[in-house]
Design a protein around this ligand. Sequence first.
Ligand code: ATP
Ligand code: MG
Length: 638
Amino acid sequence: MESRYEIGLGNHDDKTRKHALDDPIKFWEEQADNLFWFEKWISVLQWDPPFAKWFVGGKTNVSYNALDVIVKKTPDKLAIIWEGEDGNTRNITYKQLLEQVCRFSNVLKSLGVGKGDRITVYLPMIPELVVSLLACSRIGAIHTVIFSGFSSQSIRDRVDDSKSKIVITADGGRRRGTIIKLKETIDDAIRNFDFVQNVIVVENVKNIISYTKKDLKWGSLMSGSEIYCEPEKLDSAHPLYILYTSGTTGKPKGVLHGTGGYLTHIYSTFKWVFDIKQDDVYFCTADIGWVTGHSYIAYGPFLHGSTQVMYEGALDYPTPERIWQIVSKHRVTILYTTPTALRMFMKYGNDLPNSNDLSSLRLLGTVGEPINPEVWKWYFEIIGKSKCPIIDTWWQTETGGIMISPVPGLETIPLKPGSATRPIPGISIDVIDENGKRTRDGSKGYLVVTQPWPGMLLTLWNDDEKYKSVYWSKYHTMYYPGDFAIRDEDGYIWMLGRADDVLKIAGHRLGTAELESGFVSHKSVAEAAVCGIPHQIKGEVILAFIVLKEGVEPSSELKEELTNHIRKTIGSIATPDRMYFVSKLPKTRSGKIMRRLLKAVSTNEKIGDVSTLEDEATVDEIKFAFAYMQQSMENNTR
Ligand code: ATP
Ligand code: MG
């Protein structure tokens, strides 16, 4: 496999991994001890498969751990350095954040919100979003964040599913220089929903909007509210939030997370994975509308008293240099982003990152999709100047926190571009075959989690049956995440793509990531997506959709060159039956490629749930490219 990248960072501590392996329950109990508990648990794990309760009998509070505990030590440390898309900044200390959270907790209480009530949050990336989440956690309300790019129908479905008592939104959000009308969208989304008692509106852009009887203004509510709110002493298994998955593979699922176990998982992984130090400036580019933003913006960094940059807008606005300017301006030390964003930046070439001072960076993370080795190397060399480790983190909305990743805060291991390396200590992961047998090292199979873990979802909201069938019916005693992978001879895990998307070509199973990385390793290719479609003789054939780098023109010579390239890098088995050049790939609003759409268009099937699709025009483009190709093939055979 790939050559090795050894980066000396952190300590070398085999003891932790060994201890975690010997006694995972005791290990997690010790991690939970790092947090504040009003009352200690009676039992560490109550495992009633497939339902897990961690730290049973224990009472804690997320916001207390994230704020009060820190304020006692470093009240004036910056919690958030917020940068607006227009360049404005707001600095918020821990003491100020606690005060805001307390005030808003009191606001919610004054509106009759209590333990277990659901609150929908539909806000752009502004500090009030963080304040809302922490306030819900303080009083035991269950938050459910909806990404601020969603349309009213998608919101309506989610608000209806969660039966939220309160909706929090803003008079508008800034995106690519324009104002997004959030309040109008909400009005439409909750029409005739009597169960929604009030809508709280943050006056963010000072837009003129119309207010209804249900609406209340954030500013006036906050100024009339007390500055301290006693945190609720919540059961460890008390639900913290509902969050819908990205919808890459179908209709989004309402994942329900708890309090004490989740907190323990996030606290520990943030420390180990990011090797966090007191003077770090951490910047995660995710939106809080996704799980990465929940676990590693709204919660993880605060639990460690860290300073983080929070950015409001598009990372490439007004120019593709914006992200590097933010890193340089705030002296960011840890950057956590996605392969999709990296492929976009890579497409623009090296001049932009090279003309910004990125010397403050010391650690680089990625999440959300398999990272192509070529992109990994670019991130390593051009952004990290070959001195920052790349932390490829595999996890899901359902897992709550990071599951597979290098842990420089604990140990130094050689990195391999494209592999998320090993499970984090205390997490039991394996790769098994269709019959549940462990695959030989180097053989492909399905990723499974073999033991319950603290950040694990409680269930799917209001749907225990679906929870059982989606994650626990394939193997019964093991959690099935739905991903295809290899465990190599060193025990490293390589994610190969979604199990549903696996291609079966001439008796071989190929993960989408293998093929796509093959294309992306060509100098002209910015992005690639593949899917398999049925073929009478061959069983299945490969269709490849290619986005070229800036300035590269599509041509039949290039198609041939790419075909030869993929044959050379992967083998003749990977030869695509057809190749399409497109300007964009269909993606979820969280930026992940939706391969099921490519397949549906190409096989003329229904395209299913597209509520999370980022840009509907991409589907039309794919349809057009496909129809055009069909047409020319028919003409040729006439
Ligand atoms: P849905 O479940 O609705 O289809 P989704 O799976 O995209 O949506 P998320 O929970 O946001 O929703 O994404 C988790 C998935 O993302 C993982 O199951 C995996 O397929 C992919 N993923 C996340 N991180 C990585 C990574 N580092 N390497 C490879 N794949 C990753
Ligand atoms: Mg998923």
